[in-house]
Design a protein around this ligand. Structure first.
Ligand code: ZN
Length: 80
């Protein structure tokens, strides 16, 4: 957790992303951006957005390899 640099982008509900609209984004090497909406609601869905972005950091890439599905961290809607 200490290697991750966290950012909250104030005034945002979502970010445009490859999946449509995302509440969080991961960027190499260890940056995680949370929308205002995600940051103000960290507990939502049992920390789904935070866990999802941390998994990106653990696998070190964008996109969603099978481990996201295996961990229950793949959204079926567009707010991943
Ligand atoms: Zn993702």
């Amino acid at each position: 957790m200490t290697r991750v640099q966290w950012y909250v982008v104030r005034g945002t509900l979502t970010f445009p992303c490859a999946y449509g609209a995302c509440r969080g984004l991961w960027a190499a090497p260890h940056n995680i951006y949370l929308s205002d909406a995600a940051a103000d609601d960290l507990f939502a869905e049992n920390f789904f957005t935070v866990k999802h972005e941390i998994l990106h950091d653990l696998v070190g890439r964008t996109g969603h390899p099978p481990v996201f599905q295996q961990c229950g961290l793949l959204r079926t809607d567009s707010l991943g």
